[in-house]
Design a binder for this molecule. Structure first.
Ligand code: HEC
Length: 167
C-alpha cells in the first residue's frame, strides 16, 4: 500500500511538472514561433530585386546558350525534374512550387533560395550562369551540386521551365 501511495504521489508530481511543458505549443508562447517563421518566409521570398552575391561562372560557361529548343516536351520534362524527380532534392523543396523561393526547406536559409519569379533579378543572369550553378552548386550556400544526378540535357530542360516563372 505504501509503495502504491509513493508511486501515485510521484506520478501526480510528474504529471503536474510535465503538463505545462507539453502544453506550450498551444499557449501564447506559440506566437513567437509563428512570427519567427513568417519573418524567415519574408526573407526567403517576395523581395525583388533579390540581393544576390552568387559567384560568377567562368566565362566559358557564362557564354553558353541553351542548345535545346523550347518545345513543350522539353519544358514539361524540366517541370517534372524541378517539381519531383531532381536528386538529391527536388528544386521545389527550396525554390517553391511556384518558383518564388519559398519552398518547405527555405525557412531560415541564408542566403535565401533564388526567387525565380523576380524578373528583374532573373533577366540579369545569363543562361550559362544558371547552368553552371545548377551543375556545380553554389559553394557556402544550401544550393547543391547536381553534377552526378542531372545530365546536361536535364539541366537545360529545367532552365526552360525556370523561364516560365519570370517571362
Ligand atoms: C536545399 C535547397 C536548394 C535546393 C534543393 C535547390 N536549390 Fe537552387 N538555390 C538554393 C539557394 C540557397 C540558392 C542561393 C545561392 C546563392 O545565393 O548563391 C540557390 C540558387 C539557385 C540558382 C541561382 C543561380 C544564380 O547564379 O543566381 C538557380 C538557377 C538554382 N538555385 C536552381 C536550382 C535548381 C534547378 C534546383 C533543382 C535541380 C535547385 N536549385 C535546388 C537552394 C536550393
Amino acid at each position: 500500500m505504501r509503495h502504491f501511495l509513493f508511486v501515485l504521489t510521484v506520478s501526480i508530481i510528474w504529471f503536474s511538472l510535465t503538463r505545462p511543458l507539453s502544453g506550450l505549443p498551444t499557449g501564447s508562447a506559440h506566437s513567437p514561433l509563428i512570427t519567427d517563421r513568417s519573418k524567415h518566409l519574408v526573407i526567403a521570398s517576395g523581395i525583388c530585386p533579390q540581393p544576390r552575391n552568387t559567384k560568377q561562372a567562368p566565362s566559358k560557361y557564362k557564354q553558353k546558350i541553351n542548345p535545346l529548343r523550347a518545345t513543350t516536351q522539353n519544358i514539361e520534362k524540366g517541370k517534372l525534374l524541378y517539381q519531383v524527380e531532381a536528386k538529391p532534392t527536388a528544386c521545389k523543396m527550396c525554390h517553391g512550387i511556384r518558383g518564388n523561393g519559398n519552398g518547405l526547406l527555405a525557412r531560415g536559409l541564408e542566403p535565401a533560395p533564388r526567387n525565380f519569379t523576380c524578373k528583374e533579378t532573373m533577366e540579369a543572369i545569363s543562361e550559362g550562369q544558371l547552368f553552371w550553378i545548377i551543375k556545380k552548386g553554389s559553394k557556402g550556400t544550401a544550393m547543391p551540386s547536381h553534377k552526378f544526378t542531372l545530365s546536361d540535357r536535364d539541366i537545360w530542360q529545367i532552365i526552360y521551365y525556370l523561364k516560365s516563372f519570370y517571362l
